[in-house]
Design a protein around this ligand. Structure first.
Ligand SMILES: Nc1ncnc2c1ncn2[C@@H]1O[C@H](COP(=O)(O)OP(=O)(O)OP(=O)(O)O)[C@@H](O)[C@H]1O
Length: 388
């Protein structure tokens, strides 16, 4: 069976705002390889800062890497934007926000901004869909972010401008509004049913299905909902489109035990019935022992283990939680031993921190003509000023 998710020698360093990794920065993710097939559920584990979110975001197409390094359903998640907009590839992360984008051209010959907006949810941003003949660096993709409270437009310089809903496109936030610099918080007090149907443009029937699983009351007012209630709505909205590959970055954190158990059962069933692939990064192991089919363990951005669960030898004696605890304890002890040795040799205990700006545009790596691997040559396959 062809893998639905394939990572081959993935190496990645976060770029700074100039689009380049800080000089001398070591790779954050180094030489990671693993693959998964349809119907497999994989737990992604590792200590804080190990690189789980980074890997999931790369898989979710939020950071550009060489297409040879990551294949989701046989496609490059970053470059093939139709993959994410179709819903086949779904990323649900800790923070609730949604990216929609438009592609356009930075300026015409007179320097006037030119935009060719494409509404959210439609295919956008691929170089081949844009008129030919314009110089490559003029191509850009810009992100409109929406959250329950407001819509944000991220400008090229990282500046945030809030954006009112577009009158021509009342069910959605339309990039036609780009450039309107007026702050209208978006539906902060709306009903959660309205959120799904009006703002995200989803039909009510679809909403009702997951609603039952997550016990969401469509009359909840978003600004009055508790953290866990908002989280339920987030998950509900995120899972509405049928997915083939689902990436979950610790989204169950605010859920009560019943909601979490129902969700895990639902996901397991979806996986078995629809042949979906799920990767779930978490630190919460309650009730997970018989959930995953596979486990991937990363430490310091490097793959330690990628195995079917039944092949994990510790699991014959220990629970999943105790198994992972043992790995992390061993890793921590090893780190401490190394630091001690370095100190004894008169070296600083920790590696020198390479200063670089943190990429804040929703984890979308600033566009670049260069590689995201420190010290490597430029990509031949990238466009400048990509600001997704
Ligand atoms: N946007 C960013 N720009 C620069 N560095 C980042 C960015 N996001 C994360 N990092 C760094 O990358 C490393 C891995 O972070 P990541 O969030 O992938 O870890 P994680 O395994 O998900 O951790 P946790 O379990 O705490 O969520 C960390 O050292 C972090 O400081």
């Amino acid at each position: 069976m062809a893998p639905t998710v394939e990572i081959r020698n993935l190496t990645f360093t976060y770029p700074g705002i100039d689009g380049k990794p800080p000089p001398g920065a070591p790779p954050l993710i180094e030489d990671v390889c693993f693959s998964l097939e349809a119907g497999q559920r994989c737990l992604l584990v590792g200590s804080n800062g190990a690189g789980k979110t980074t890997i999931l975001k790369i898989l979710g197409g939020k950071h550009m890497v060489d297409p040879s390094m990551v294949g989701v359903l046989g496609r490059s998640a970053f470059h093939d934007t139709a993959l994410t907009s179709s819903g086949d590839l779904c990323y649900l992360g800790g923070e609730w926000r949604r990216d929609v984008a438009f592609a356009g051209y930075q300026s015409n010959s007179k320097g006037t901004p030119q935009t060719s907006p494409i509404c959210p949810g439609e295919q956008f941003g691929h170089r081949s869909t844009l008129p030919k003949g314009l110089p490559e660096p003029a191509l850009y993709v810009q992100t409109v972010r929406t959250s329950p409270d407001q819509a944000h437009i991220w400008g090229g310089n990282g500046a945030v401008r809030t954006c009112p809903p577009c009158p021509a496109c009342p069910r959605r936030i339309c990039p036609n509004n780009l450039g309107i610099n007026q702050g209208t918080p978006l539906k902060s007090g709306c009903f959660c049913g309205q959120m799904g149907c009006q703002i995200l443009g989803l039909p009510l029937e679809m909403l009702l299905h997951l609603n039952y699983i997550l016990d969401v009351d469509l009359t909840w007012r978003m600004h009055k909902a508790s953290d866990g209630q908002r989280r339920r709505v987030q998950i509900c909205m995120g899972l509405l489109k049928p997915f083939k590959v689902l990436l979950l970055d610790e989204i169950t954190v605010d859920l009560d035990v019943l909601a979490r158990a129902n969700l895990l059962t639902y996901l397991k069933k979806e996986c078995a019935e629809q042949g979906a692939t799920i990767i779930y990064a978490t630190h919460i192991f309650d009730g997970l022992d018989d959930w995953p089919t596979h486990i991937v363990y990363v430490a310091h951005g490097k793959l330690q283990l990628a195995l079917p669960l039944e092949k994990v030898k510790e699991m014959s004696q220990l629970s999943l939680m105790r198994t992972v605890e043992r790995w992390l304890r061993k890793e921590r002890d090893e780190d401490r031993r190394k630091r001690k040795e370095r100190k004894e040799k008169g070296l600083p205990a920790f590696d020198k921190v390479i200063e670089g700006s943190r990429v804040v545009n929703n984890g979308w790596a600033a566009g670049r003509l260069t590689s995201t691997i420190a010290g490597e040559d430029n990509f031949s396959f990238s466009s400048n000023s990509v600001l997704r």
